[in-house]
Design a protein around this ligand. Structure first.
Ligand code: CTP
Ligand code: CA
Ligand code: CA
Length: 687
């Protein structure tokens, strides 16, 4: 039994179920529920894995750089990922390359790969940093590694119904391990096999015949001092929920080991009963560690956080709650009676927040993630002035989008987009044209031709130079062949066929969608704020992914970020002046979107719920650009508000943070404006 993490202490004690034995707080029914991923099963086990300094690790592995060397990933003059040795020098994402080199002269700064105007392949280039005007960042290397990681995880876990994996961002996954753990527990613990006494599934299980669980190197969140210890404390024998978490943590340790062994990457993990807690857990100890939040530790664990760190409470929502109750501390809000929460936030939201603060979260791990549209864009600084330049960019966009379509399985006819849109900005004026994508043009060259065609249509209007932004997007994804449907089902039909038959120049049936001016920053803000009636109530009742609070690049941001965007969205967004406006898709395409399952991916930094990993990634990129922007441009008023907020609540002031967004982005309630402490520098303190 020495290799087992369980030590049997009951060798001489009464057999399971015998009179005099304390019984478990869980029933046979609870245990059975594990096999079907019942989200209200109290023995659920969910893990969250997050790669350590992901882009930095990708570069280190690619360039075979020893692990102790400080390295950062550079984008123009900024840093987008910093490895842990470099963090030891106080280098963070807030630094410019110059500042970082001052802090650590030996720093290796590797620029991200870029597309270059006129080229049709991305590449790592030594001179990329100086080519913000002609280059566009490619995150393809990281996407590719991300896919490899996903594949390895899926291969490692048992197949079929015992596996539930959700890609939550480019470097994160959720695993619902409940059914898997159930299977392992059935094998290891004869007492769980039943039959249940009196044939009643509501009978309590016997206590586990083990105690003193061996958590190996896992970080266990402690239980806090004082009163908790007695009721539900460390000295109580482990119950089946602890055992389930222990089994899960073994699985997670193995998964991490395989990723490490096969790809060389380390990651950190959180293991707990739900997504909310596991996500907090994976960030709790980094790098290369896993944190287990046992049910008995949940309360203490959460009470140390600002609630704005909790999934879905990070942005506007959290801010509104903070305003309503004048605090950001979970511990403060825990004292607020549910009636009062309901009174101020509405019934549904009051209940939701009440539960969330207590670590209750029944949201499910969704294994299907479906991209609904893709966008490739560049804002030009300086503006471009002729069709030749524009065409070079259209080629890049087509190549960029096609590469991602290949990843989506377009070559295997799994999915395909049905519409293509080109957006153009000239001064205050935006124009866009869209049309169907005939199946036969679904290749890089075909997309390029379609894009040029749309561009010609825009050109015909005249007065289009100089141009400050071009964006190409595809949308209206349709599932490909399934069952015995042949490839024909995937080929030209209906509108597309008609479009194909029509004249050369009309291959893309055009439609003017948006000509707007720049003087309308309020439009988007209204959408974000839930303005137009309802105020807080209206906002709070919409936690649905369809409520898009996603920000988009704006002029200033775009300047800092090199003016580029790579999105996968459920809707196509086009920049209109200072904000972005929503462009209606052709009806057909919208119907296609509706058929797809809705996936939500919550941003860890604000409350935005995004519908795809691509979208989330690009949203993170947006945060990043915003971070950089804030370094320089945060208003004094805002900064002062911060300072006073922090001063009034020092207890929660040391959270590891992230920079806030601007007025039109998803606001952080903390509004932390300046240098954020890096992971590893400030550890959360418990107990
Ligand atoms: N990213 C970014 N800009 C941000 C946030 C994230 O470009 N504002 C990118 C980073 O380059 C990063 C990846 O997304 O490598 C994952 O982000 P995150 O998990 O937040 O950070 P890591 O760099 O992986 O660092 P950690 O070890 O703290 O997870
Ligand atoms: Ca990470
Ligand atoms: Ca992450």
């Amino acid at each position: 039994m020495s290799s087992s993490p369980f030590r049997n202490r009951y060798r001489d004690s009464p057999p399971a179920g015998a009179p005099g034995r304390k019984r478990s707080q869980f029933t046979y029914r609870h245990f059975n529920q594990m096999a079907s991923y019942n989200p209200s099963c109290p023995l659920r086990v969910i893990a969250h894995l997050d790669l350590d300094c992901f882009y930095a690790q990708v570069e280190m592995v690619r360039l075979r750089i020893p692990e102790d060397k400080p390295l950062a990933v550079q984008q123009w003059q900024g840093l987008i990922a910093v490895n842990y040795p470099a963090r030891a020098f106080n280098i963070g994402r807030h630094c410019t390359v110059t500042e970082a080199r001052k802090l650590c002269p030996g720093l290796i700064a590797q620029h991200v790969a870029t597309w270059r105007e006129g080229d049709d392949k991305w590449a790592y280039r030594d001179d990329a940093a100086e080519h913000i005007a002609t280059d566009k960042v490619s995150l393809d290397p990281y996407r590719l590694e991300s896919r490899k990681i996903m594949t390895i995880i899926k291969e490692h876990l048992p197949s079929g119904n015992l596996q539930k994996v959700e890609k939550a961002s480019i470097d994160e996954v959720f695993l619902d391990l409940t059914a898997h753990v159930h299977a392992v527990m059935m094998e290891r613990f004869a007492e769980l096999k039943g039959p249940e006494p009196y044939g009643d599934v509501n009978e309590e299980l016997p206590m586990p015949g083990v105690t003193a669980l061996d958590w190996k190197a896992d970080a266990l969140v402690d239980l806090g001092g004082g009163d908790e210890e007695g009721a539900d404390g460390e000295f109580d024998d482990p119950d089946w929920d602890d055992v389930a978490l222990l089994v899960a943590s073994e699985i997670v340790r193995n998964v991490r080991g395989v990723i490490r062994e096969k790809l060389g990457y380390t990651c950190s993990a959180g293991v707990s009963r739900n997504k909310l807690l596991s996500k907090l857990g994976s960030a709790y100890k980094k790098p290369n560690q896993q944190t287990v939040i046992r049910n008995r530790a949940v309360r203490h664990f959460l009470s140390g956080f600002k609630f704005t760190k909790i999934r879905n409470l990070g942005g506007k929502l959290g801010e509104l709650v903070a305003q309503a109750f004048e605090t950001e501390a979970v511990s403060d809000l825990l004292k607020v009676p549910i009636e009062q929460l309901k009174l101020k936030l509405g019934h549904e939201n009051g209940v939701w927040i009440y539960e969330t603060l207590r670590g209750i979260d029944t949201s499910e791990v969704n294994s299907g993630t479906q991209i609904k549209s893709m966008l490739s864009a560049k804002s030009f600084r300086p503006d471009i002035n002729n069709a030749e330049q524009a065409t070079k960019w259209l080629r890049i966009f087509a190549a960029d989008i096609f590469a991602r379509l290949v990843e989506e399985g377009v070559l295997e006819h799994k999915r395909r987009p049905k519409t293509i849109n080109l957006y153009h900005r000239h001064g205050n004026q935006t124009r866009s044209r869209s049309g169907p994508i005939p199946a036969r043009t679904l290749n890089e060259e075909g997309l390029f031709e379609l894009a040029k065609n749309l561009f010609r249509q825009i050109t015909q209007e005249g007065n289009i130079w100089p141009c400050s932004n071009l964006s190409l997007s595809v949308a209206g994804f349709e599932e490909g062949v399934s069952g015995n449907m042949g490839i024909d089902a995937f080929l030209v039909k209906g509108d597309e066929a008609r479009a194909l038959r029509s004249s050369e120049s009309a291959r893309t049936s055009s439609k003017e969608v948006d000509v707007s001016t720049r003087q309308q920053p309020a439009a988007k803000r209204r959408r974000i704020d839930g303005g137009g009636g309802g105020g807080i109530q209206r906002f709070l009742t919409k936690r649905e992914p369809s409520q898009d609070t996603r920000p988009a690049p704006e002029d200033d941001l775009v300047r800092k970020n090199g003016g580029e965007t790579t999105l996968g969205t459920s809707k196509t967004y086009v920049a209109s002046g200072a904000g972005w406006s929503e462009e209606p898709l052709p009806e057909e395409a919208q119907a296609g979107s509706r058929r797809s399952p809705i996936m939500t991916h919550a941003c860890s930094r604000c409350d935005a719920n995004l519908e795809s990993t691509e979208e989330l990634q690009s949203h993170l990129d947006w945060h990043f650009a915003k971070d950089l922007q804030e370094e320089e441009r945060v208003s004094q008023a805002f900064a002062n508000r911060q300072a006073s907020a922090a001063a009034s609540n020092p207890r929660v002031g040391s959270q590891k943070g992230s920079a806030s967004a601007s007025a039109s982005g998803p606001k952080k309630s903390t509004g932390k404006a300046k240098k954020k402490p890096e992971r590893g520098q400030s550890k959360l303190k418990f107990g």
